[in-house]
Write a protein that binds this ligand. Structure first.
Ligand code: PSU
Ligand code: MN
Length: 308
């Protein structure tokens, strides 16, 4: 283990060695495991993501707070402990990290929390299912995920299947524009919507392979401090049926309102209701897309390391 002098940041040996040797490393988040997917699929998906990164020739670094330390490279046993409902791990965005560490709290990191720590560990690529964004009623609630602002000041590439269709997709793309975060489609100029391949919003940029994604990000990073979103649509065979999707979405939005969910509880409630309404089909779609994103991130991290 390599404890940082300034931060209680523990970078596990395999990750530290990969970084020192210039090998590709992919950061993986834990909110999707603890608050996004139901048990026991959550741990299976986490293991499949790590395997997909390895199969692509890179090293996975699953990130979370455990026993008062920020760990970069959680073991499967540690992840199992973090995801134990009895532990009641918090959902941590970037702003929460220092406070949770000081309080010795366990916590799962969102995209924002994960890239914040990944960057400090020297990792430049992260994979998840869907980036957080602007919520539909944001004009009244101001609910915009800190994933966006954090990505605007953290030079990490996030590989995701766009943003969840539960959000205001157009407003999210506008905010990413304002914040200086480029959005690049992977083999598409049609911005994907998580469970669905298309949102109907068109992107200016796309790349055709991991090498092009790596060179695009390297050039972007050489010019400034913002991150980048690489939007990789879910495989056609895994996409949720359009009618089922729309009905589940309406039900999820109604359920969040009925329960009075606000703040960081909103996204987990919406995902949970999607899973219930679709009898688990949304969970299968979510699993397929996040594992695919981890594999693609692995291939890009390998390209960026110059080892391929
Ligand atoms: N992708 C998934 N499932 C998830 C998330 C992403 O497939 O649960 C999580 C990420 O951690 C992301 C968070 O940062 O949803 C967004 O939460 P909020 O809207 O509260 O910022
Ligand atoms: Mn929010």
């Amino acid at each position: 283990m390599t404890p940082s002098a300034a931060l209680p940041l523990v970078v596990r040996d395999e990750v530290a060695a990969a970084l020192a040797d210039g090998c590709g490393v992919v950061a993986l988040e834990t909110t999707i495991v603890v608050h996004g997917l139901p048990r026991p699929q959550n741990l299976e998906v986490a293991a499949a993501c790590e395997a997909a990164v390895r199969a692509a020739g890179a090293v996975p670094a699953t990130i979370g707070l455990l026993d008062g330390r920020a760990v970069v490279g959680l073991t499967p046993e540690e992840l199992d402990r973090l995801a134990d409902p009895a532990r009641d791990a918090m959902k941590l965005s970037a702003r929460d990290l220092g406070l949770a560490l000081a309080a010795g709290r366990d916590g799962a990191t969102t995209v924002a929390g994960t890239i914040w720590l990944a960057h400090r560990a020297g990792i430049v690529v992260m994979a998840t299912g869907g980036l957080g964004g602007v919520h539909r009623d944001a004009i009244h609630t101001f609910d915009e995920s800190a994933d966006l602002t954090t990505l605007s000041r953290t030079p990490v590439m996030v590989v995701a299947s766009g943003v969840k269709s539960i959000l205001d997709v157009g407003a999210t793309l506008e905010r990413l524009d304002t914040l200086g975060v480029p959005v690049v489609g992977y083999r598409t100029t049609d911005f994907p919507g998580f469970y669905r391949r298309s949102t109907g919003f068109t992107l200016d940029w796309s790349v055709a392979d991991p090498a092009s994604a790596a060179s695009a990000f390297a050039a972007h990073r050489a010019l400034g401090p913002t991150g980048m979103l690489l939007a990789n649509p879910v495989a056609a065979a895994s996409e949720l049926d359009a009618d089922l999707h729309d009905a589940a979405l309406a039900s999820a939005l109604a359920e969040a309102e009925r329960r009075g969910a606000t703040g960081k509880a909103v996204t987990p409630v919406l995902l949970e209701e999607f899973a219930r309404y679709t009898a688990g089909r949304s969970v299968a779609t979510n699993a397929d897309l996040v594992v695919a994103n981890a594999g693609l991130a692995g291939a890009i991290a390998r390209e960026l390391s110059g080892r391929s």
